[in-house]
Design a protein around this ligand. Structure first.
Ligand SMILES: Cc1ncc(COP(=O)(O)O)c(C=O)c1O
Length: 450
């Protein structure tokens, strides 16, 4: 294709974006071309995955609002996947979008040289809403990137080399982050990776203590223990009460940095702004992401306690990282609007209360279908249903999708279907989710003769 032809073909896409009333013919073309381009230019695997979940044909998403995703033809889905937890404030939250638009009207990205004020205001706001003396912020673009910064900061601040992570953990898929990962599938193709990682059992503080003690005994120095306060991708695993406090004690005893990865648990999802607050434990470094950009812009980051921000980092602010787009004005505006929205509308409280209602409904289904549903667990709007097998779970998710409810499995535990809807989900929508799931489970029960 010549450049002129490329430009013309993009004109057509621009026309679709700008057009509020696409004709049926245009919708058919978009659907056909999307399937073709995914297959040819993205990855055939994606298409296979999406198609199979969407019963018999791929659904092209086009609009969204509140707790709902819409297909190109107006198909409505109550979104219980929540973009893996990014839509806590809802889809296209109007207050967040309004501020992003206002920011775009005078500046989108920053010069990289002058002082960009929103970075400072946002860092201060994050320090204000995080527990204890967490204070210095570093903003990044994705969750894995934030985890990289946390790991690097732990090494530079403590001088230690080793990391203690947990089996089942998920911290992202960049090289450092996946080194901490707790599932072989995602690690094995990339070994050797960061070598100095020891994985211990999640929820077992004694296991972590033993690893640290043994490494120390043979002259190794541990930089950090990294954990999710609730394991998300492992299937929403809540550790025993006191686990996080015990990890804090181990880190204090051995002068190790404690990293809490709150990328999924943070920003209200579990009923408090941060999960570690519910346990009364402050880490040395905390990562945040997903819902932090309000479901509108991608922004993630870390915050740490002052002693970790060493002289070395003060002397060279670019030593930890210097991501071109990290903390850019338009993303900072989204995060500022998100924090305000979360406070003004008590989003953590809404997650807590609506989570109680949704969980009660899921538990009733477990009572009704004990041969299909093995477990219901989680807190706030971070819930999971574990089915007796992966195939059974997949069949129920498919049945729910056909009935206009979007869910998905978790990355590490395929028997689990997650429920992480927006906090703005209504009680009627929660009721509809349970009713439709009831019908889907009944179908699966028959299909699998359970
Ligand atoms: C706890 C946790 N950490 C890190 C990540 C990685 O985030 P991202 O996909 O934005 O790289 C995820 C994503 O699911 C996560 O749940």
């Amino acid at each position: 294709m010549s450049y002129e032809e490329v430009s013309k073909s993009i004109d057509q896409v621009i026309g679709y974006i700008r057009n509020d009333h696409l004709s049926d013919e245009e919708k058919d073309t978009i659907t056909k071309e999307t399937v073709h381009y995914f297959d040819q230019y993205v990855s055939p695997g994606w298409l296979k995955y999406r198609k199979s979940v969407s019963t018999n044909s791929a659904v092209v998403e086009w609009r969204d609002h509140d707790a709902v995703c819409e297909g190109l033809y107006g198909e409505e889905f109550i979104d219980c996947l929540g973009g893996f937890g990014i839509y806590t404030c809802g889809h296209r939250n109007p207050e967040i979008i309004e501020l992003v638009k206002a920011q775009l009207d005078h500046q989108a990205l920053h010069s990289q040289e002058l002082l960009d004020p929103l970075r400072g205001y946002l860092a201060k706001a994050v320090a204000d809403i995080t527990p204890g003396d967490l204070r210095h912020c570093f903003f990044t673009n994705g969750g894995a990137e934030a985890v990289e910064m946390a790991l690097k900061l732990a090494r530079i601040a403590t001088g230690g080399k080793w990391f203690i992570s947990t089996v089942g953990a998920f911290h992202g898929k960049s090289m450092g982050a996946i080194s901490m990962g707790g599932k072989n599938t995602y690690r094995a193709p990339y070994t050797p990776m960061v070598q100095q990682v020891q994985h211990v059992e999640y929820g077992n503080a004694e296991d972590a203590r033993k690893a640290v003690r043994n490494l120390t005994a043979v002259g190794e120095q541990v930089a950090a223990i990294i954990v999710e306060p609730i394991q998300g991708e492992a299937g929403i695993i809540i550790p025993p009460e006191g686990y996080l406090a015990e990890l804090r004690a181990i880190c204090d005893e051995y002068q190790i940095a404690l990293i809490f990865d709150e990328i999924q648990t943070g920003m209200g999802r579990t009923g408090t702004m941060w999960r570690c607050e519910a346990e009364g434990v402050t880490p040395d470094i905390m990562t945040f992401g997903k819902a932090f950009g309000g479901g509108v812009m991608p922004i993630t980051g870390i915050i740490c306690r002052p002693p970790l921000w060493t002289e070395e980092l003060v002397n060279n602010p670019w030593l930890l990282g210097s991501p071109t787009f990290g903390g850019n004005p338009v993303c900072c505006a989204a995060a500022l609007a998100t924090i305000k929205y979360m406070i003004d509308y008590d989003i953590p409280g809404q997650c807590r209360d609506k989570g109680t209602v949704l969980k009660a409904g899921l538990l009733e289904l477990k009572e009704k279908y004990p041969t299909v549903i093995h477990d219901v667990r989680g807190i706030g709007l971070m819930l999971a249903v574990e089915f007796v097998t992966s195939d059974v779970g997949y069949s129920v998710a498919k049945g729910m999708f056909a009935r206009g409810v979007m869910t998905a499995g978790t990355l590490v535990n395929s028997k689990c279907v997650r429920f992480e809807p927006a906090a703005v989900i209504t009680e009627e929508q929660i009721k509809a989710v349970i009713e439709r799931m009831d019908a889907a489970v009944a179908d699966t029960k028959t299909e699998f003769s359970l």
